[in-house]
Ligand binder design. Structure first.
Ligand SMILES: C[S@@+](CC[C@H](N)C(=O)[O-])C[C@H]1O[C@@H](n2cnc3c(N)ncnc32)[C@H](O)[C@@H]1O
Length: 322
């Protein structure tokens, strides 16, 4: 069976019979005022973190969501968008699209503000999206891209880049793993489809995003996800898997490389009112400024004893340099 056949098989089953343990969500199910998420949608929450961040959703964005699952995040996006076809949901599995549509009918009963036509569901493959070039402001995927092998992942990311408008945002959540995984695990199509054996180290994952052209990357969250241990999985090592939430912004690529924010900050505590690094970063005395990793490296090279540089928290929440 090819990866696609196995994936379709796994998610056809997960559409027909909700499987609560299929993905291990690492963020709470976000509840907003006046939003009720039907029980079946919650049972079909097959993501890890969350891709719904209200601050990405200013200015009435056109939203694309790839790999719909039970539709929970599409409903959450609709909560902010509230217009016909405001969210496009693409999935390759017919049964998943049908289950998602049925969940929207239930959501309508529980949410007076919601109309199922707020979401346009479309059959399609993440590797060849049925969406026009430069037509969406926010594109999202949760726990799908980790299933893909390298070449497919490159194609899927290029597709997202293609359909985003300039400065548009790709919001993603996926498992990552810093330890090497053996080939048996890597090539097990079913474990990959279950989001267990396709994960990459964080830096590799981020490099793939910047190689496609995204000039700004925000690492917004990093959390424990799963353990693959020798008594349950074909591995001699016990493997620790985390999940990340990342936003890749289709900003032009800076000449000196991408701006990747991992939650680092700088504080100038010298005797002047401010410190200016001459590259556009002005640090006011004793006030933290969020900095990207590139700026953090450049400031570290200065070897100043009046600059404090904090470590990555992997919880970047906006603002700062670049
Ligand atoms: C792990 S589930 C995640 C579902 C949803 N994002 C969530 O967070 O609950 C993966 C989803 O991607 C869909 N899918 C799998 N392969 C796909 C592909 N090549 N193109 C589009 N969707 C795909 C599956 O049918 C399923 O809905």
């Amino acid at each position: 069976m090819s990866y696609l056949e196995t994936t379709i098989d796994v998610y056809k089953e997960a559409a027909l019979t909700p499987d609560v343990g299929l993905c291990c969500t690492t963020s709470p199910i976000w509840q907003f005022p006046g939003l009720s998420i039907p029980t079946k949608m919650q049972e079909m929450n097959y993501g890890c973190g969350s891709t719904v961040h209200p601050r990405d959703l200013v200015g009435n964005p056109k939203i694309l969501y790839v790999g719909v699952g039970g539709g929970m995040e599409l409903l959450q996006f609709s909560y902010f968008s509230r217009q016909k076809d405001g969210v496009i949901g693409v999935d390759v599995v017919d049964e998943m699209l049908e289950a998602c549509a049925a969940n929207f009918e239930e959501a309508k009963k529980e949410n007076p503000w919601f109309q199922p036509d707020f979401v346009r569901l479309a059959k399609g493959d993440a590797l060849a999206l049925p969406v026009e070039d430069a037509s969406v402001d926010v594109a999202a995927q949760n726990c799908l891209f980790n299933i893909f092998k390298t070449d497919e992942l490159k194609r899927a990311l290029k597709e997202m880049y293609r359909v985003l408008k300039p400065n548009g945002r790709l919001v993603m959540s996926d498992p990552i793993c810093e330890q090497p995984m053996n080939e048996t695990l890597r090539n097990d199509e079913r474990l990959r489809a279950l989001c267990l054996s396709g994960s990459l180290p964080l830096n590799t994952y981020l490099e793939m995003l910047t190689e496609v052209g995204f000039g700004t990357i925000e690492v917004r969250a990093r959390r424990p996800y799963r353990i693959l241990d020798p008594s349950h999985y074909p591995t001699k090592e016990t493997l620790y898997i985390e999940s990340v939430e990342v936003c890749a912004i289709k900003d032009p690529m800076p000449e000196d490389g991408p701006c990747i924010f991992t939650g680092k900050n700088a504080i100038y505590f010298g005797s002047n009112d401010f410190f200016d690094d001459g590259k556009g970063h002005v640090l006011l005395q004793n006030q933290p400024i969020a900095i990207c990793d590139k700026t953090a490296n450049a400031l570290a090279q200065l070897n100043r004893d009046d600059l404090y540089l904090s470590a990555a928290t992997f919880h970047y929440d906006g603002g700062g340099c670049c």
